[in-house]
Write a protein that binds this ligand. Sequence first.
Ligand code: HEC
Ligand code: HEC
Ligand code: HEC
Ligand code: HEC
Ligand code: HEC
Ligand code: HEC
Ligand code: HEC
Length: 275
Amino acid sequence: MKFIRLKTNPGDPGAYIRSLVRSMPPWALLLCSVLLIAVVSCSAPSRRTIAPAGMVKGAEPVGMETCAGCHEEEAREFENSSHGRYFIPGEEGEEVMACEACHGQGSLHLEVGGGVGQYIINPSRNPEPCLQCHAQTRVAFNLEYHHPVREERLTCTNCHDPHGDIYLARGMRMGRENAVCMQCHREQTRPRVFVHEALREGCTVCHRPHGSINDKLLKENDNNLCLKCHAQLSTPGTVLIGDFSHTTRLAEGSCWSAGCHTAIHGSDINPHLRY
Ligand code: HEC
Ligand code: HEC
Ligand code: HEC
Ligand code: HEC
Ligand code: HEC
Ligand code: HEC
Ligand code: HEC
């Protein structure tokens, strides 16, 4: 048997699920509850099983202490991570699925003395274990426009630190969010003469990092994307944005597609963000 409980509310098997569904839109909730029920139903009746059985075929769980015997560094790092704070060692006699929640059951890996590609999942090559718990993230990557994780062109670990260093914001790499994006998107992150100040708040003020229903992973595909920061002053018949009349311009399309603020990430030649 394998158990993992929440540090915040150890006695309550529903706490994990509640923490996960918190802040989910209703449509995602419905989908998640189906997935979660599938996970819960293969667990012991009284406690939450967090890793679905059979991720590594034929293997049984061995518990975090056993893994730590050979992977001391990872175990130490994990203890202070975001995930580590949710997964605590069980009471005596309980199996702990902390490491194995992401790496799969480890008994066969042990039998062969460990090794790369030896009966153990490395989520940097196979993010399925992550998606088993993060059902909402799975939904996002299945949207029409998405970072090509399913297509195996990048993976969770390009943007997240799996054993998470707690000293970085949010316990993952988000404190250096733009730096994370910069690894691959040089053009949008390079220095400019006229920087769009919006970038200081992070790429995610305008983009959804996993996936979106909108092209270019945009949060909104119309002027609302911009107007949430650029207050729109309307007197009857006129629309002012940034002291300029936009009255006729707004009808021409979105702020960036109508041929106006095309250099949306910043410009070297025009302070009004044009090429
Ligand atoms: C007997 C020692 C031993 C134990 C116990 C052990 N491992 Fe390993 N493991 C190794 C060795 C050796 C490697 C090869 C890489 C290395 O040297 O770090 C490895 C590699 C790995 C890798 C990388 C695999 C890859 O394909 O990239 C992961 C992940 C891993 N172990 C996780 C675990 C987990 C989780 C546990 C507990 C269930 C565990 N290990 C228990 C010895 C062990
Ligand atoms: C939240 C999911 C998660 C948990 C929990 C987790 N790991 Fe990992 N682990 C990963 C990911 C993702 C990678 C791949 C890292 C990479 O390639 O950058 C990884 C890589 C590893 C590796 C290979 C390191 C290398 O340099 O190739 C070992 C060994 C390992 N983990 C051991 C552990 C041990 C031991 C635990 C428990 C104390 C643990 N992991 C808990 C996600 C997790
Ligand atoms: C066993 C279930 C489980 C697995 C497997 C798992 N996570 Fe998580 N993860 C959680 C829980 C629980 C939280 C806390 C959620 C909350 O507060 O709503 C969390 C939080 C996170 C966060 C947000 C961290 C923060 O500080 O807000 C990220 C990012 C994340 N996980 C990524 C991953 C990645 C990447 C993997 C695979 C390498 C993974 N998770 C595997 C359960 C899991
Ligand atoms: C292109 C970079 C990128 C990749 C790849 C990525 N993430 Fe994220 N993820 C982010 C960013 C950025 C955030 C913070 C979102 C925010 O603050 O709006 C985030 C947030 C999260 C969160 C917190 C809840 C949320 O949605 O805000 C979870 C959980 C998570 N990611 C899991 C994953 C998993 C699992 C994978 C792999 C299947 C993955 N991520 C791949 C960039 C990425
Ligand atoms: C490991 C590399 C990598 C990282 C890190 C990364 N991306 Fe991407 N990004 C890609 C790839 C690959 C594509 C798909 C490009 C394609 O299909 O031609 C992409 C596509 C995009 C697109 C859509 C582009 C288009 O033309 O449709 C946006 C927007 C984007 N990324 C934003 C971000 C943001 C914001 C971050 C940081 C949270 C980020 N990316 C981090 C590799 C990365
Ligand atoms: C103020 C909102 C905003 C911010 C902040 C923002 N973007 Fe964009 N981004 C856009 C818009 C709008 C588009 C679509 C441009 C188009 O279709 O011509 C876009 C397009 C992209 C594309 C597709 C290629 C291109 O240039 O058209 C990538 C990649 C991208 N952004 C990455 C990033 C990264 C990385 C960051 C953070 C450094 C970031 N964006 C911050 C609004 C923003
Ligand atoms: C997160 C808030 C935020 C968002 C979202 C945002 N901006 Fe900005 N933008 C700023 C700030 C702050 C400045 C600098 C102060 C100023 O000039 O108002 C700025 C400056 C500008 C400028 C230069 C002002 C000038 O003198 O001409 C233009 C043009 C602009 N933004 C267009 C856009 C467009 C188009 C969008 C939508 C794609 C957008 N912004 C989204 C915060 C934002």
